[in-house]
Write a new protein. Structure first.
Length: 101
């Protein structure tokens, strides 16, 4: 199953992230190395949010990531939410559906 994690950042996110960025990125790369996190990045113009693409049997791994993230702990993330994503098209789709010809 696939999950999307959405972060909404504080207005002063860019000014405050420097001290926490190394720990945040290490956490993300560790999740990627375990095969849980597939892609992640900040949304731009404006930089006010981020999206993370996870895979797993449940949202538990995503919730563990959020609980350990210094951006959440230190208030750089003002809101977050996890949504199950029913992927149907693409090589890695969790539930591939092809059109009948």
């Amino acid at each position: 199953m696939h999950y999307l994690l959405f972060y909404d950042y504080a207005a002063d996110y860019l000014e405050r992230r420097g001290a926490l960025r190394g720990e945040h990125l290490a956490l993300a790369w560790a999740a990627q190395e375990r095969g849980e996190l597939l892609l992640a990045g900040v949304l731009t113009d404006p930089i006010d949010a981020a999206v993370f693409f996870f895979q797993g049997d449940s949202a538990e791994g995503v919730e563990r990531f959020v609980a350990a993230d210094p951006y959440v702990r230190e208030g750089l993330v003002v809101a977050w939410r996890v949504r199950r994503w029913d992927t149907v098209v693409g090589e890695g789709a969790a539930n591939p559906i092809k059109a009948a010809h």
